[in-house]
Design a protein around this ligand. Structure first.
Ligand SMILES: Cc1cc2nc3c(=O)[nH]c(=O)nc-3n(C[C@H](O)[C@H](O)[C@H](O)COP(=O)(O)OP(=O)(O)OC[C@H]3O[C@@H](n4cnc5c(N)ncnc54)[C@H](O)[C@@H]3O)c2cc1C
Length: 275
């Protein structure tokens, strides 16, 4: 049986994008996700847009987990958002450090995501479920794989109750990481982040920036399709659907989809992985 799913959106930049996302939300809501999450630009870059998207989804009757990136933020600005989300009945957050936007030097009141998790628990108790980020292929700035795992242990120790991973295409890396996390005492579910493959250039740009590896055999095949988007999508679908099926067979607690604000690729993957 298909495990629970969640769907991630980014806040649109234009009114056309907002209108499109309403339709995407409606379609994806039919798959009955546990929640939708909405990203938040570090340094408060998307604060108002994230808020608008979050409130729209709440008004449309779905559960939402707003992302909250703390780098460059003050305690006051975080508290203001927490109070607002609480007043809207929101019960789940994705707590992140984020990356300081270029040109910004002040790291603000929180240095690492663990500081944000601690602050949310200290000020709001058990009101929010807190998800944090995890990196099966190691965060690009981590001093070592072990240090990165310890950062996850610290976030869970500070009160996070779920970890959502960076996307990956190497299922063994995820399984190895999950085992290592359990051995290190992480009892929170580690939910794999699933990135549909639809645009080769965009995917390589993201992957280079966030340290997610696209295995050579996938890169080579995607490169050979050139501008043939249909062929890229068909191949990408096969690869990611097989990944989802394997993860489900390995007993993952849930799947988190980076939807890129599109319904179709995620719905097709759900259909191909049992539901
Ligand atoms: C599921 C998911 C959702 C995301 N959503 C967003 C989003 O909405 N907005 C956004 O801007 N970004 C988002 N990101 C990206 C994320 O913000 C970046 O990867 C960022 O660089 C790290 O954030 P973090 O919360 O993992 O940070 P942290 O957990 O603080 O880790 C950051 C780095 O510091 C190291 N570290 C942690 N603690 C310590 C310590 N005490 N001493 C020394 N080193 C330490 C870690 O090993 C890691 O290398 C998301 C990532 C994921 C996986």
């Amino acid at each position: 049986m298909r495990p629970p799913v969640s769907f991630e959106f980014f806040p649109p930049n234009t009114t056309e994008g907002e209108a499109r996302l309403r339709g995407v939300h409606q379609r994806l809501a039919q798959a009955k996700p546990e929640y939708f999450s909405v990203t938040y630009g570090a340094g408060g870059a998307t604060r108002d847009k994230t808020l608008r998207t979050v409130l729209e989804i709440v008004a449309a009757g779905s559960k939402v987990a707003p992302h909250l990136s703390c780098i460059g933020a003050t305690r006051e600005s975080v508290d203001e958002l927490l109070a607002l989300y609480r007043s809207q009945g929101i019960r789940k957050l994705v707590a992140l450090r984020g990356d300081l936007p270029s040109g910004m030097v002040d790291t603000g009141d929180f240095r690492f995501a663990v500081d944000l998790v601690r602050h949310i628990r200290a000020t709001t108790g058990d009101w929010f479920g807190i998800a944090v980020a995890a990196y099966p292929e190691v965060h690009p700035q981590a001093s070592s794989a072990q240090a990165d795992l310890e950062a996850l242990v610290a976030k869970v120790g500070a009160g996070a109750d779920t970890a959502i991973t960076q996307y990956f295409y190497n299922v063994d890396a995820f399984l190895w990481f999950r085992d290592a996390a359990v051995a290190a005492g992480v009892c929170a579910p580690i939910v794999p982040g699933i990135m549909p493959i639809g645009n080769y250039r965009q995917l390589t740009r993201f992957s280079d920036a966030c340290g997610a590896e696209i295995p050579r055999w996938i890169r080579q095949r995607l490169a050979q399709y050139g501008e043939d988007l249909q062929a890229i999508r068909a191949f990408g679908h096969e690869v990611v659907a097989a990944q989802c099926r394997r993860l489900v067979a390995e007993g993952v607690d849930a799947l988190h989809f980076y939807t890129m604000n599109q319904a179709e690729p995620t719905l097709e993957l759900l259909a191909a992985s049992g539901g």
